[in-house]
Design a protein around this ligand. Structure first.
Ligand SMILES: CC(C)(COP(=O)(O)OP(=O)(O)OC[C@H]1O[C@@H](n2cnc3c(N)ncnc32)[C@H](O)[C@@H]1OP(=O)(O)O)[C@@H](O)C(=O)NCCC(=O)NCCS
Length: 182
């Protein structure tokens, strides 16, 4: 019989203190540090759902909504939003807490697509998802919708490359902040 698991079974939170060595030249936390933590929490959440090793196949846009300061406590909350056959979309919300004032800010949200792998490094089927709450149904639907949009975007991008017309493109970029020297 096919295996199904709830969202709650793999929900994961990773919390880490932002130490001075994570800072950039501006004194704020490097975006790359946050992205690395996001990859880690996505891995744990995906592997817990899949009961298998998982790799990162793709990452949606990561918008940095607010800077993270040295000394803050960053928490990354991850849930399985969607499962395909071998892939899982993990939604991650990142919050940063000032440990002295307890003020919490939302710094990022993103979606990582992970793929479960077997011992031969081939994609392997993951358990289905039991959706218990309205918000879980909403997230599953959003992920499905976003998957369709990405397919459409890839098709359109390919069209741009194959049907590229230099004269038409030059006309289109007129007024943009560039100088064409060719
Ligand atoms: C991800 C990877 C396993 C996919 O391999 P593949 O040969 O394309 O496998 P498949 O065509 O069988 O696809 C497997 C699943 O991945 C999904 N997938 C593959 N590429 C994807 C992408 N770029 N974005 C989203 N999903 C993707 C497919 O839709 C499929 O999902 P489904 O089974 O739920 O329908 C392979 O590209 C890989 O190993 N990439 C490197 C991963 C890695 O090293 N990550 C760390 C980066 S530093």
């Amino acid at each position: 019989m096919e295996n199904f698991k709830t969202v709650a079974e793999s929900q994961t939170t990773l919390t880490e203190l932002m130490i001075p060595s994570y800072a950039n030249f501006g004194g704020k936390i490097h975006g790359g540090v946050i992205m690395s933590l996001m990859d880690k929490v996505a891995y744990v959440c995906a592997a817990k759902h899949a009961d298998a090793y998982c790799v990162t196949a793709s990452v949606d846009a990561i918008d940095f909504l607010a800077p993270v300061e040295v000394g803050e406590l960053v928490s990354l909350m991850a849930s399985v939003n969607y499962v395909g056959r071998t892939s899982l979309v993990i939604g991650i919300r990142v919050e940063s807490e000032n440990v002295k004032t307890h003020a919490v800010k939302h710094t990022n949200t993103s979606y990582f697509t992970m793929v479960a792998m077997d011992d031969n490094h081939e994609p392997v089927q993951v358990p289905g998802l039991i959706l218990k709450k309205d918000v879980e149904i909403e997230r599953f639907f959003e992920a499905l919708y976003s998957k369709d949009l990405k397919k459409e975007y890839r098709k359109e991008s390919k069209k741009i490359r194959t049907e590229f017309e230099i004269a038409e493109s030059i006309e289109r970029i007129k007024g943009e902040r560039c100088i064409i020297e060719r």
